[in-house]
Design a protein around this ligand. Structure first.
Ligand SMILES: *[C@@H]1O[C@H](CO)[C@@H](O)[C@H](O)[C@H]1NC(C)=O
Ligand SMILES: *[C@@H]1O[C@H](CO)[C@@H](O)[C@H](O)[C@H]1NC(C)=O
Ligand SMILES: *[C@@H]1O[C@H](CO)[C@@H](O)[C@H](O)[C@H]1NC(C)=O
Ligand SMILES: *[C@@H]1O[C@H](CO)[C@@H](O)[C@H](O)[C@H]1NC(C)=O
Ligand SMILES: *[C@@H]1O[C@H](CO)[C@@H](O)[C@H](O)[C@H]1NC(C)=O
Ligand SMILES: *[C@@H]1O[C@H](CO)[C@@H](O)[C@H](O)[C@H]1NC(C)=O
Ligand SMILES: *[C@@H]1O[C@H](CO)[C@@H](O)[C@H](O)[C@H]1NC(C)=O
Ligand SMILES: *[C@@H]1O[C@H](CO)[C@@H](O)[C@H](O)[C@H]1NC(C)=O
Length: 213
């Protein structure tokens, strides 16, 4: 998996195969060429806890957002939360639906679903994972402290580029009605199309779990 990913990245250009975590502030610039950090490396691109700054992050609302700069034509995007200092278990998903983000550029997910029992002063780490068709995953982490007084990022920092669109996997782009969409844990029944999407979704989930366990 890793070697095919490396071939892919060689073909598309090294930096273009990576992504930037713009907000909250990442542990370190893992795109810089003068470091040994490696976005292929689970769980945080090889950047140790304590390398970067801690961002005060709100407990709810539009400020509870994660901003990325994506360099792929499309990516699956996962945002996970690990509680405590130096978390090693990123077992709270803030993206319960599998997101397929199409287009290169800025992408900022807002109003992330923070568990309601998290309180002011809780330390945590946000882990962002992206992957594409090959199944190999890229990682970046940002350390945060939850603060009810935290200021949301500016509209410049948290923005969606024109041409960046999002679909929930299993739901068609035009399907904007209130149709319930399959979640990673529910096997949809019905059309062949849904079933084939569900099985590719299963493969993606299996690959992510395989990489991260
Ligand atoms: C890497 O280069 C940047 C400037 O391009 C510099 O600010 C930074 O300190 C360098 N980091 C290391 C670890 O040398
Ligand atoms: C952490 O904050 C200091 C002071 O604001 C800044 O100089 C430094 O570049 C920041 N480090 C990172 C990794 O963003
Ligand atoms: C964080 O945890 C890792 C793995 O348990 C450990 O190697 C490292 O020393 C810890 N870092 C800090 C700053 O405590
Ligand atoms: C998440 O991981 C932490 C630390 O290992 C553990 O205490 C907690 O029970 C886990 N929570 C869930 C929902 O798995
Ligand atoms: C994700 O989006 C890309 C580009 O729009 C598309 O080629 C791909 O099939 C989509 N993946 C899924 C599982 O819908
Ligand atoms: C919040 O609740 C979840 C699930 O009930 C639990 O795993 C987690 O440890 C709790 N977090 C805190 C900060 O109490
Ligand atoms: C959060 O981390 C800081 C160190 O960065 C520590 O002083 C503080 O006690 C931690 N807070 C909690 C609630 O554990
Ligand atoms: C960016 O698009 C996502 C998905 O449509 C949306 O949830 C989010 O609020 C948008 N971000 C901004 C800053 O408008």
């Amino acid at each position: 998996m890793r070697s095919s990913a490396l071939i892919l990245s060689a073909a598309t250009g090294f930096v273009s195969a990576h992504f930037q975590l713009t907000y909250p502030t990442w542990r370190a610039d893992t795109l810089a060429e003068n470091t040994t950090f490696d976005q292929w490396s689970y769980p945080c691109a090889g950047v140790p806890y304590g390398t970067g700054n801690k961002t005060e992050w709100p407990l709810s609302g539009s400020g509870a957002s994660v901003a990325l700069d994506l360099h792929h034509p499309w990516s699956y995007v996962y945002i996970n939360l690990g509680l405590g200092e130096n978390a090693t278990n990123f077992n709270i998903s803030l993206t319960p639906e599998l997101l397929n983000v199409t287009g290169k550029g800025e992408f900022c997910l807002t109003d992330l679903p923070i568990p309601s029992n998290i309180t002011d002063g809780q330390n945590a780490t946000i882990q962002v994972i992206t992957n594409g068709q090959s199944g190999s995953a890229l990682y970046n982490c940002a350390d945060i402290v939850f603060r009810s007084s935290a200021q949301p990022p500016s509209n410049e920092v948290c923005a969606n580029s024109t041409g960046v669109t999002v679909t929930v996997v299993g739901q068609t782009a035009t399907d904007s009605s209130a149709t319930p969409e399959p979640t990673p844990n529910s096997a949809p029944s019905g059309t062949f199309g849904l079933l084939s999407r569900a099985s590719s979704l299963g493969m993606v989930i299996a690959l992510i779990l395989g990489v991260s366990m």
